[in-house]
Design a binder for this molecule. Structure first.
Ligand SMILES: [Mn+2]
Length: 267
């Protein structure tokens, strides 16, 4: 079977160097796709975590090698460091092994639409009193990820496909849903202010694609819980892809039905 030929791929929140990184699925995804542009939208290497502990396996190394190989073979690779790899932000404007490091990027789709691309942690400050951290406090979030890995270890033994336990829990907490909606809205507002057609980000580990107030919000998700990527085909259409034991298109741009107006101001 030939490779999937696509125009652009956006991935983020890989967290290489941690035990919860689903590197084997990402490696397979990168090997099965052929792309003109690869955007690494932050938190690719978890330098924060690696201060305490390092789980950089051979598979993690292979992910890095594969990305370097893609750059060598002509894929344009743009790396936008996030908050967990913020130490690399000092290299913004430089290139290493053919990989361009940027604080943010502008992506022009095949159909001419312009998207602003950033990791998304810049919205943390504007969120209510660090809502994310009161919500999924660092510790409980780490615990949730551990449980996710354990659940999927058990599922593998039972020959069941990968399933995001952490994602399942998070989207069912009312506060989390509110937090996610506010984040999506802020990104959409930023795109509108900057006069872009949409915003592409990651950071919150919840993939999504929504039309909000005239712009397209896209979140490429993560590779510790959901194993998702945002993909642009050769005509410029965007879709969200899940790639683990099961491989499926989660959402296509032309299938979007919901359209939200602006979120009411917070009380
Ligand atoms: Mn992040």
């Amino acid at each position: 079977m030939g490779k999937h030929a696509v125009r652009s791929v956006f991935i983020s929140d890989v967290h290489l160097g941690t035990a919860d990184c689903q590197a084997q699925y990402l490696l397979d995804f990168l090997q099965q796709h052929q792309m003109e542009n690869l955007y690494l939208v932050g938190d690719i290497v978890d330098l924060l975590y690696m201060r305490k502990r390092v789980n950089f396996t051979v598979q993690h190394e292979e992910v890095v090698n594969q990305i370097v190989q893609l750059a060598k073979k002509g894929t344009r690779v743009i790396y936008i460091p996030g908050n967990h790899d913020a130490k690399f932000r000092r290299f913004c404007g430089q290139s290493f092994a053919g990989i361009e490091i940027r604080r943010h990027a502008v992506h022009r789709c095949a159909d001419g639409r312009r998207f602003f691309v950033s990791h998304g942690d810049e919205f943390d400050g504007a969120m209510h009193a660090g809502m994310l951290w009161t919500l999924v406090g660092d510790l409980s979030h780490t615990l949730l990820l551990r449980l996710n890995t354990l659940v999927n270890g058990a599922r593998r033994l039972l020959k069941l496909p990968y399933w995001s336990f952490a994602g399942y829990i998070k989207t069912r907490i009312g506060k989390a849903a509110e937090f996610i909606r506010r984040y999506e809205w802020m990104a959409a507002r930023k795109a509108r202010e900057l006069d872009f057609d949409g915003y592409i980000c990651g950071h919150i580990h919840v993939s999504g694609m929504r039309r909000i107030d005239g712009v397209l919000y896209c979140n490429d998700g993560d590779w510790v819980e959901h194993c998702t990527a945002l993909v642009e085909d050769n005509s410029g259409q965007l879709s969200l892809v899940h790639w683990a034991d099961r491989k499926e298109v989660l959402l296509r741009e032309n299938e979007l039905s919901e359209s939200w107006g602006p979120l009411p101001q917070a009380h």
